[in-house]
Design a protein around this ligand. Structure first.
Ligand code: KIV
Length: 272
């Protein structure tokens, strides 16, 4: 007998919009496999991202650029198997969205294989037409502005974005255009806190931040940074939540509770 999965408590885009309206913070985290997906959801994570950060933290590459669509698909399926109600978001990897048609085709492959709810795309202004096309075909998207790791070589390194007045103005305008084009969520990475707060206040769609201050609607971090197992230098915006905790579950619950109470990020994890 066919028994469908319960969807009553599934986190949806309208659910995140309601949280924004109610000024309630939501918490996102990356995961790349079944066991961690299930564990992070049990700890209260509302949105799980299979990020192309997997190229760095799982595969050991220096950048996210080598990650393929097949790899996002593989990890997406594993994570989907571990989730019940959390929202699943998948990154569109480098080279998978060079035209609206290619993006639609590749997003469709990912969504069919994993039943994820949202695809995330870097590219801002360049992706306006793609965002509009995805929306027309009923595909929910999260646009990614600020530091865009897939453009690391063009940006000349992993640097805070939107510090100069013109760059800030450009980011504000692009965020509004992406919302008008139909994107459902916006992610801001490494953006001065005041600028992120202003963009968040001006948009109706929920804004997720990483290194974007406390006044965004939701926070996201890379799982390996939260657990302090990322080799090498740690980014300023991340925090070792394992410190003082006796288990992985306790560390992730601490992350959830600090975001919900607006204790994370504090002044030491933001950019001005
Ligand atoms: O790939 C990723 O994990 C991401 C997060 C850093 C937001 O894009």
């Amino acid at each position: 007998m066919y028994i469908p999965k319960p969807i009553d408590n599934k986190i949806t885009i309208p659910h995140l919009r309601k949280m924004k309206q109610d000024d309630e913070k939501f918490v996102c985290l990356t995961a790349y496999d079944y066991s961690f997906a299930s564990l992070v959801e049990d700890c209260g994570i509302e949105v799980v991202l299979v990020g192309d950060s997997l190229g760095m933290v799982i595969q050991g590459h220096e950048t996210t650029i080598p990650v393929t669509l097949d790899e996002i698909c593989y990890h997406g399926k594993a994570v989907a198997a571990g989730l019940r109600n959390a929202m699943l978001m998948l990154d569109m990897p480098f080279g998978s969205l060079n035209s609206p048609q290619q993006a639609i085709d590749n997003a469709s492959v990912l969504l069919k294989a994993t039943e994820a709810q949202v695809v995330k795309l870097e590219g801002g202004q360049t992706q306006l037409k793609t965002v509009e096309t995805l929306a027309k075909f009923g595909i929910a998207s999260c646009s990614h502005l600020g530091l865009q790791p897939q453009m690391v070589h063009k940006m000349g390194g992993y640097r805070v974005q939107g510090k100069a007045r013109a760059a800030a103005e450009q980011m504000r305008a692009t965020a509004l255009e992406l919302e008008a084009a139909g994107t459902d969520l916006l992610l801001l990475e490494c953006v001065p806190a005041a600028l992120a707060a202003e963009i968040t206040a001006r948009l109706e769609i929920p804004v997720i931040g990483i290194g974007a201050g406390v006044d965004v609607d939701g926070q996201i971090l890379v799982l390996h940074d939260v657990l302090n197992v990322t080799p090498g230098k740690k980014p300023k915006f991340s925090k070792n939540f394992m410190q003082g905790q006796s288990s992985i579950q306790a560390a992730i619950k601490r992350y959830v509770s600090e975001v919900k109470r607006r204790q994370f990020p504090d002044q030491t994890h933001i950019f001005t």
